[in-house]
Design a protein. Structure first.
Ligand SMILES: [Zn+2]
Length: 132
């Protein structure tokens, strides 16, 4: 942070200027930091001391409404189109993050299911012929 009195750069944690001993104003220092591209609120503080100008867009994402989920699940009833839609929602980046995460997880579950059914389809007949 920079001293508002003499302009000397000081440690972010310090309360008094090392050069002129003036009381450092934190709000002024934050403005300086934003101008110089230095932001010490990057560690996920959303309201550190009440002077954070950084907006965390991830945290501000609106929740998906019940109506939107209803439409989503109705669309999933359409054969073939539902598979396309799952991939779109999971990977296009247009869907809200929580929705894309949901469908990524669903695709992983589907992949495991398909993998297991292939293994069973291959090994059950072998088991059948081995027994009889
Ligand atoms: Zn100073």
């Amino acid at each position: 942070m920079f001293c508002t009195n003499c302009g000397t750069r000081n440690e972010p944690a310090s309360n008094y200027c090392v050069q002129c001993q003036a009381l450092l104003e934190k709000s002024a220092a934050t403005t300086q930091n934003l101008q110089t591209g230095y932001n010490y609120n990057q560690g996920g503080y959303t309201n550190y001391g009440g002077y954070n100008n950084q907006v965390n867009t991830d945290a501000l994402e609106k929740p998906i409404t019940v109506g939107e989920w209803l439409i989503t699940f109705l669309l999933l009833l359409i054969p073939i189109a539902n598979i396309v839609l799952i991939f779109v929602w999971a990977f296009s980046g247009t869907a809200p993050k929580s929705k894309s995460n949901f469908f990524k997880a669903q695709l992983i579950i589907m992949a495991i299911g398909i993998g297991l059914s292939i293994i069973l389809a291959l090994f059950l007949p072998l088991l059948f012929f081995a027994l009889y």
